[in-house]
Design a binder for this molecule. Sequence first.
Ligand code: PMP
Length: 305
Amino acid sequence: PIQPTSKIWHNGNLIPWDKAQIHVMSHVVHYGSSVFEGIRCYGQPQGAAVFRLPEHMQRLIDSAKIYRMTLPYSLDQLSNAVVELIEANGVAPCYIRPIALRGYGEVGVNPKNSPIEVYIVNYPWGKYVAGDDGADVCVSSWSRPAPNTLPTLAKAGANYMNSQLIRMEADINGYAEGIALDVNGYASEGSGENLFVVRNGVIYTSPLANSVLAGITRDSVLTLARHLGITVVEQALPRELLYIADEVFFTGTAAEVTPIRSIDRIPVADGNPGPITKQLADEFFGIANGLKPDRFGWLTPVNVN
Ligand code: PMP
C-alpha cells in the first residue's frame, strides 16, 4: 500500500495529496492514454540523491512524443519539479512516479481535444521482486506486444495491461515474476524488468528490437560491465539459453539488480547468485547509496532533513 505524502506536483503547482483527482470521463481511463516513469531516490551518507533523473525525464518526453503528446514542460523543468517535490514532502529515500495523461475533454478515441495533465508523485517504497537469494521465475505464456502493435520503447500505461497478464499468471502459479518472449519466440523481458544472462563470462541482454523497454538500469548495468572490462553482447536470447546460463538476473528501477534462482523450476547453475551478478549489484548499489564515487554523473542530490 502507498503511504501518502503531503503534496503532489500537478502542472507546475504543488497540490494536496487528496486533491490529485481526475474525472472518470478522462481519456486515459477509457483508452489507456498515459506515459509515465518510475524513478528512485536513494539515501546517502550526506542525505539523498535521485538516480539518473534527467535520463528518466528524457524517456518520459520520448514516450510522450511517440504518442503525439506534447508535454508543456522542458527536461529541466520536469527534473527540477522532482527535486522541488521531494524537498517539499521531505520523504527520502523514495520512489517517484511522474505521469502524463490525456485528461477530460473528448470521449472519442481520437484524443485531439483532451488536455494533457502532468503529475509527479513521490512516496516511500521497498523491494519489488521477492526473494533476497534470487527469484524463482517462469517463462510466461503471454508474449510482449509485436513491434507493430504497442511500441515497447514507450513507457505507456497501456503496455502494462500486457505486464499485468504476465505478472498475475506468474503469481497464481507461485512464481515471483514471468519472463515474456517476443513475437518471434525470443526471451525479451519481465513484466517490469530487463533481462540479463551470463554465460562463459560474457553478458547477454535482449536488444531494443526484441520488444523491450530501454531500461535505465539496463543502461547502467551495461555501462558498469563495460567499465569492469566484461564483454557485453546485445543479441536475441533463445529461451533455452536461460536454462543453461551460468547466471541470470533482472534489472529495473523497482527490481534494481535481482538475481534469478530458477526458471520454470530449473535451477540457474547451482541456484546461488553468481559472481558477475554480485559484482554488478555491488557497483550499482555502491553508486546509488553514495558509498562509491559517482563516476558517471548519475546522481542528483536532494535536501531532505
Ligand atoms: N521493462 C519494463 C516493461 C519495465 O516496466 C521496466 C521498469 N521501468 C523496465 C524494463 C526496467 O526499466 P528501468 O531500468 O528504466 O526501470
